[in-house]
Design a protein around this ligand. Structure first.
Ligand code: B12
Ligand code: SF4
Length: 496
C-alpha cells in the first residue's frame, strides 16, 4: 500500500531556537516500511503545504497519517486531512502522537469525516496493524484505534525499543535541522518515559509513568550511522540510571564516535550522577537543558517538581564546574505582576546560563488540566504553545506580553544578536564554510518573531475549532491512572 506520513509545521516561536527532526514519525515510517508498504515522509517544518499538495497528486497515497504531538497543530492537521480527502477521496486518513492521544474523540468530531481514525499511544506496532485492518473494516481490533464508531483495545507499550530505527533516509533537507549553535543537528532516543509526575507535564501520563531503556550497543550503532556532527537526545530526563549512561558512553567510546550533544535532564539527576555527566563531557556533551521551572518553594511544590531551589542552584554550580553550557527553563505564571517579572529578570541577569521563559499552560493529559481552578480565557488550539497566556492574566493582557517579551529579550541579550555573533564567530564561520546558515539566521530572527503586539493580536484570530474546556475543577474524583494513555502492568495509584 502507498502510505504518506506527515509532520505539521513549526510552532511560531520555537523556530527561533531550533528545528528538529521528527523522530517519532520517522520510527513509525520505518515500522510501516518494514511491513512491506511504500512510504513517503513529509516534514512541513521544512517543506511547504504546496509540497504536500504536490505529493498527494503525484504519489496518490492510499493512506495518509499525521503526527499530532502538539496541541497547537490541531487546526493545521484537520486542514491537511481535508485536503487529502478532497484530492484523494478514497484515501484513509489517521493521526497519532502525544496530543492526539489525549483528545481522540474531540479531534474526530472537529474533522467531521476528514479524519478516519486516531491511533492513541506508541505508533510503531499499531500503525502496520491499522493498515492491514482498515481495508477489511476491522479497525476495531487495533490497539489504540479510536473512530467515530468506537474504540479498539487499549494501546500497548512496545516490548523492544531497539526495533524500528528511525527512517532518516526518507526526510528531505536534513541540513535544516538545528538547535542553537548545533547546526546541523540530528536526534536520537536513549530511553522513553519518565518516572516523575510533575503536575504541568503530560510526558509521564502518556507512558503511564513507565520508564524504559534502549540497549547501549543499539544506541551506539544508531549513532554511528548518523551523518550529522551534532545530536539532540530527545529523552525527557537523560541519565536517570547512571550505569545506563555509562554503558552507552563506553559503547560510543569503543566505536570512536565523536559528536557534540545536547540533552535534557533534572537538577537532582545531575547532582546524583555527576560522574556520568563528567564522562559525557569528555565524549562531547556541550549543552544541558534543565527545567528549574520556579524560583520559590511554594510554586515548586505546586508543580510537584520534587527538587528544591537549593538543589537547582547546586546543580547549576556542578554544570559550571563541568564546563557545560546550561539552558534553564522557568515557567511564567499569567498571575505574575510587574514585580515578579523584575525579580526574574534580575535573577536571570545574575547567572551566566541561558534562561528561557514559557507560559504556564494547562494541557489535556496533565493534572493541571483537571485541577487548575482559573477559567481558560481562550479555547483556540493555536494559543496552547506555552508562549501565549490561556489563563487570566493579573496584568492587562497586552502588558503581560510586553513583560514576557521584554524579559525574554533581556535574557537573550547575552546569547542572541551582535554579542553572540562575536562570541560564536569561529563556530559561525565554520557553519558558513559548510553551507549551514540556520544558527546565523536565528541570531537575527528574535525581534521579528518575538513581538508583544503580534502575540496579543493572535488572540483576535477567528477560531474555527475550539478545544473542549476541562471539567470544572474539583467536580471529578480523578485517579492519576485515569490520565494515562498507556497503562503499565503495575499501575501506580494516587488520587489527584
Ligand atoms: C523532543 C521533544 C521536542 C522537540 C521536538 C522535535 C520534533 N520536531 O518532533 C523540540 C525540542 C523541538 C520540542 C519543542 C516543543 N515541545 Co516538545 N517534546 C519533546 C519530547 C521531550 C519528546 C518527543 C520525542 O521525540 N519523543 C521520542 C519519539 C520517538 O516519540 P514521539 O515523538 O512521541 O512519537 C511516538 C508517538 O507519539 C507516536 N506518534 C508520533 N507521531 C505519530 C504519527 C502517527 C501517524 C502515529 C500513528 C503515531 C505517531 O508514535 C511515536 C513512536 O512511538 C516530548 C515529551 C515526550 N516524552 O513525548 C515533548 C512534548 C511533546 N513537547 C511539548 C511542548 C509543549 C513543546 C513546545 C510547544 C514547547 C517547548 N517545550 O518548548 C515546543 C514546540 C514544538 C514545535 N512543534 O514547534 C509537550 C506537548 C504538549 C502538548 N500537548 O502540545 C510535550 C509532551 C512535553 C511536555 N512537557 O508535556 N519538543
Ligand atoms: S517535567 Fe520532566 S521530570 Fe517532570 S514529569 Fe515531565 S518529563 Fe518528568
Amino acid at each position: 500500500m502507498k502510505v504518506l506520513l506527515v509532520h505539521p509545521s513549526c510552532l511560531l516561536y520555537s523556530e527561533i531556537y531550533l528545528r528538529l527532526e521528527p523522530l517519532g514519525v520517522e520510527r513509525v515510517a520505518q515500522a510501516v516500511r518494514a511491513a512491506g508498504h511504500e512510504v513517503r515522509l513529509l516534514d512541513l517544518q521544512v517543506l511547504r503545504h504546496t509540497d504536500y499538495v504536490r505529493m498527494l497528486t503525484t504519489f496518490q497515497p492510499e493512506a495518509v497519517g499525521f503526527s499530532g504531538n502538539y496541541l497547537a497543530n490541531v487546526p493545521e492537521i484537520i486542514g491537511l486531512a481535508r485536503t487529502a480527502k478532497t484530492l484523494q477521496p478514497q484515501c484513509y486518513t489517521f493521526v497519532g502522537g502525544h496530543s492526539a492521544s489525549f483528545i481522540a474523540q474531540e479531534l474526530l468530531h472537529h474533522a467531521a469525516g476528514a479524519l478516519d481514525c486516531v491511533l492513541r499511544g506508541e505508533g510503531e506496532s499499531s500503525t502496520p496493524q491499522l493498515l492491514t485492518a482498515f481495508p477489511d473494516g476491522a479497525v476495531g481490533t487495533v490497539p489504540g484505534a479510536v473512530t467515530l464508531e468506537g474504540s479498539g483495545p487499549p494501546p500497548r507499550l512496545l516490548d523492544d525499543l531497539d526495533q524500528h530505527a528511525p527512517a532518516r533516509d526518507l526526510l528531505a533537507k536534513r541540513h535544516k535541522y538545528f538547535i542553537g549553535a548545533l547546526d546541523p543537528c540530528a536526534s536520537i532516543e536513549m530511553s522513553r518515559g519518565c518516572p516523575w509526575d510533575c503536575t504541568f507535564c503530560s510526558a509521564w501520563t502518556f507512558y503511564g509513568r513507565s520508564y524504559r531503556q534502549r540497549s547501549p550497543d543499539a544506541v551506539a550503532e544508531e549513532l554511528a550511522r548518523i551523518q550529522e556532527p551534532h545530536v539532540f537526545i530527545v529523552d525527557d530526563v537523560a541519565f536517570i540510571h547512571p550505569e545506563h549512561g555509562m554503558a552507552i558512553g563506553q559503547a560510543i567510546e569503543r566505536r570512536g564516535i565523536r559528536k557534540l550533544y545536547y540533552l535534557e535532564t533534572r537538577c537532582d539527576v545531575l547532582l546524583r550522577n555527576r560522574e556520568v555527566f563528567a564522562y559525557w563531557k569528555r565524549l562531547g556533551l556541550l549543552y544541558l537543558f534543565l527545567g528549574i521551572e520556579a524560583l520559590d518553594a511554594e510554586t515548586l511544590l505546586l508543580h510537584r517538581k520534587r527538587v528544591t531551589l537549593h538543589e537547582s542552584l547546586e546543580a547549576l554550580e556542578v554544570a559550571r564546574q563541568l564546563g557545560l553550557i546550561v539552558a534553564i527553563n522557568l515557567i511564567a505564571d499569567p498571575d505574575w505582576d510587574r514585580a515578579q517579572f523584575r525579580f526574574v529578570q534580575e535573577w536571570a541577569a545574575s547567572v551566566p546560563e541561558i534562561v528561557h521563559l514559557t507560559v504556564n499552560t494547562p494541557y489535556p493529559g496533565t493534572e493541571t488540566w483537571h485541577t487548575e481552578a482559573r477559567k481558560l480565557t481562550t479555547l483556540d488550539y493555536r494559543l496552547f504553545d506555552v508562549q501565549h497566556a490561556v489563563l487570566p492574566t493579573r496584568l492587562p493582557l497586552p502588558e503581560f506580553y510586553r513583560e514576557v517579551v521584554q524579559t525574554q529579550a533581556i535574557l537573550n541579550r547575552k546569547h542572541l544578536g551582535m554579542r553572540a555573533l562575536w562570541g560564536a564567530s569561529r563556530m559561525v564561520l565554520s557553519h558558513l564554510a559548510h553551507g549551514q546558515t540556520n544558527f546565523l539566521r536565528m541570531l537575527w530572527k528574535f525581534p521579528r518573531i518575538y513581538n508583544a503586539e503580534r502575540q496579543y493580536a493572535d488572540h483576535s484570530r477567528e477560531v474555527t475549532y475550539a478545544l473542549s474546556p476541562p471539567p470544572v475543577a474539583g467536580t471529578q474524583a480523578l485517579k492519576t491512572t485515569d490520565l494515562y494513555v498507556h497503562r503499565p502492568k503495575v499501575a501506580q495509584r494516587r488520587t489527584v
